[in-house]
Design a binder for this molecule. Structure first.
Ligand code: FMN
Length: 426
């Protein structure tokens, strides 16, 4: 049995927690788990749980982390060198490292104009920021204010013109890639949100008014900051966020199919990635259709709770794609060594969702920069300890599970017991 994060004891909120700068972060956040703990203290429960939670019993959420924790690297320290290079060539761009920021909607609930803060941190770190369809800053504003290497995430709507409009707006503003998320056409059943009475925008109810009042700094920032809006939709002529949130489920088309991917492929002439793919047959089909990249993902465990961990689904997808296009992965990346494990199994790069949100919720741009810095340092340390000086040297032979099974193609072991890291979420 994996532990149930819903029953974790809560640290008392601390309205008096000092504003976090880089120095304070360096003293208090030595890992992403520390960032999560700080975020938990900074944010009201309804907001923290919106970020932290998964679908139904949260099995897929915990499995992502547990499978990564149970996958082991096999060091060869005497192969090492004094310098390591973690730069990556991805879709025609050179990135400073293999960690990208994935799309996360409603980030403005954590920090005013959080998308600008995160995108700035990503640009400074030499990596990609992916804007969510449900951003609280508009496509055009982010491009104007930040620039950098921006990607845009879209869905397939019943009204295909809305998908077209988002894509064309992103194209006009210079976004370098389009990410079509395919695993969210029916919204996941997130029970923490239901229990907490989570609404968009947040409504003060008996359940949460007291908790929000205890988080004075958050309240001051968000309540007194710019008006919260789903900025991309507002520009489509509907500025009534309340009705938009309610309409979201009806906007998405559960009947979206490969025909739509083909249509989007014709529409978008820059790199196109599919996100939320787990099946090797779908990967083959994506390659045949001219898709430029795949993001193996179970949506951070927020959609199909019975889905495998992203890392478990990765090897068959890698085999199906056979090096023709880059395969990326997200879900449960909490350590630099997790990134190395995914790369050892064939991923080109990893995306993070929640860690970026913990960072922005704790300290805005500084917090996200710190999250990226922690991962960069951990990747470097793991490379040094394992004996790799370039990420292109990392392959399946560096996984301990591979040797244990005397089969270089073997997938990592599924956990038989709760992992220490999964238990440590708290
Ligand atoms: C609060 C939140 C909002 C998200 N919003 C989106 C979204 O708008 N579009 C999307 O494709 N994925 C969305 N995701 C999924 C992430 O892009 C990513 O797949 C997932 O968070 C990765 O797992 P991790 O959080 O363990 O890193 C969201 C995830 C979270 C936690």
């Amino acid at each position: 049995m994996l532990c149930n994060t819903n029953r974790e004891p809560r640290t008392p909120p601390t309205s008096e927690m000092k504003e976090m700068n880089r120095h304070r972060l360096s003293l208090r956040a030595h890992s992403l788990a520390d960032m999560r703990r700080l975020a938990r203290r900074c944010l009201p429960r309804v907001v923290f749980d919106f970020v932290d939670g998964g679908a139904e019993d949260e099995l897929a959420l915990r499995r992502n982390e547990a499978v990564l924790a149970e996958t082991l690297l096999l060091p060869r320290p005497l192969e090492g060198t004094s310098t390591r290079d973690q730069s990556v060539d991805l879709l025609g761009q050179r990135l400073a490292g293999p960690v990208l920021i994935g799309p996360t909607g409603l980030a403005g609930l954590l920090w005013p104009r959080a998308e600008v803060a995160s995108a700035r941190a990503a640009a400074a770190a030499g990596t990609v920021y992916t804007m969510s369809h449900a951003s609280t800053v508009a496509i055009e504003d982010l491009a104007r204010e930040v620039g950098g290497n921006l990607w845009m995430q879209v869905f397939m709507y019943r009204d295909r013109e809305l998908t077209r409009a988002f894509s064309e707006r992103a194209h006009a503003c210079g976004y370098r890639a389009l990410v079509l998320t395919i695993d969210n056409q029916v919204p996941g059943w997130r029970e923490r949100d239901l229990r907490n009475g989570f609404t968009v925008p947040l409504r003060l109810g008996a359940q949460n008014v007291f908790d929000m009042a205890l988080h004075v700094r958050w309240l001051a920032r968000v309540a007194l900051g710019p008006r919260f809006t789903l900025a991309n939709y507002s520009r489509e002529g509907d500025s009534d966020i309340m009705s938009l949130a309610a309409k979201m489920a009806s906007l998405l088309d559960p009947a979206a199919s490969w025909k739509d991917v083909e249509w989007l492929r014709r529409l978008w002439d820059r790199p196109l990635l599919l996100k939320g793919l787990l099946h090797p047959e779908e990967a083959r089909r994506a390659v045949a259709m001219g898709v430029d990249g795949i993001i193996v993902s179970n949506h951070g465990g927020r959609q199909l709770d019975a889905a495998p961990a992203s890392l478990e689904a990765l090897p068959p997808v890698i085999d199906a794609v056979a090096g023709r296009i880059p395969v990326l992965i997200d879900g449960g990346i909490r350590r630099g060594s997790d990134v190395i494990k995914a790369l050892a199994l064939g991923a080109k790069a990893c995306l993070i969702g929640r860690p970026q949100l913990w960072g922005v919720g704790v300290a805005g741009e500084t917090g996200v920069a710190w999250v990226l810095e922690l991962l960069r340092t951990e990747i470097d340390r793991a490379m040094a300890l394992c004996g790799w000086n370039r990420l292109s040297d990392v392959n399946r032979s560096g996984l301990f599970a591979a040797l244990r099974h005397a089969d270089p193609e073997v997938v990592p072991l599924a956990p038989s017991a709760p992992s220490g890291r999964a238990q440590a979420r708290g």
